[in-house]
Design a protein around this ligand. Sequence first.
Ligand code: C2E
Ligand code: CA
Ligand code: CA
Ligand code: CA
Length: 277
Amino acid sequence: KRNLDKVMLYDDLEPGSTNILDRMVLMGEMELALERGDIQWHLQPKVDLAASRPTGFEALARWRHSRFGPIAPDAFITAIEGSKLIWPFTLATIDAALGHLQRLGPTHPHLSISVNVSARVLQQPGLVEHVIQKLDSAGIDPRRLVLELTETALISNPSQARKVLDELATRGIDLSIDDFGAGFTSFGYLRDFMVREIKIDKSYILNLTERSFDQSLVTCLAVFCEARGLRLVAEGVETPECLARLLELGCRYGQGYGIGRPMTIDAALTWIVEQEA
Ligand code: C2E
Ligand code: CA
Ligand code: CA
Ligand code: CA
């Protein structure tokens, strides 16, 4: 109960709520926070809407700051992305995800964890080796790790991105296109990269039941994904009406506050048991 209250607190934060913080101070503190483990990754369920059972979780960063309280990821990730901290931050993200997979492992070996990967990291030498070596030593099936990338990750350096992503995909790690439709969406990415999953941006889902445009888009993507053997995930599923409509339109997977909020690993383990009951 306590943990869930804290989760609500994080999710009530508006992005950009740390504008008042001095960037340099924040970065210095971020480095310490990473070392001290003050940044944690909460888990938000991703479910099979048709079978109504979880398929995995997305790991979302939460920084519990000693003076400012909880800081939302939108506020600090942009700052990190522009700094050299992005590499240690990404390593910490992957380590956290693998730790969570190990905790899920014995009882729920079929569940996956998705991590968000920033564009810049694809240019970092050693990314593939790090991920593979960590999976190996933790004894985790690569199929249980999903990497979510936004389109900007693929735009900024397509040929480098492609090399790295092909390598990861060949090792069995699933790639997911995040926030699909929010930016400079091009179907070229879907053709050129070994993508396994598309996540429709929540801006198309939040008002789905009222907007015929959004419904047409979901329908069209559902047909496309079915034909290509891709998973289609709707983000921002807040209501039962939205969930029902998604199923009617052929979208099989969903994520959102109406299904489950981001929660601690302990809360997630309890949540799974509740779903099975
Ligand atoms: P995202 O990858 O699109 O993650 C989904 C965001 O939508 C999360 O916000 C989640 O809490 C929120 N959300 C989930 N369900 C609903 C819903 O039903 N309605 C609404 N309105 N929102 C919903 P959060 O946790 O604040 O994360 C914001 C963004 O920060 C993420 O967007 C992601 O781009 C980035 N981020 C979070 N953690 C990490 C990380 O570890 N690494 C990197 N590189 N980026 C991260
Ligand atoms: Ca949030
Ligand atoms: Ca994401
Ligand atoms: Ca997203």
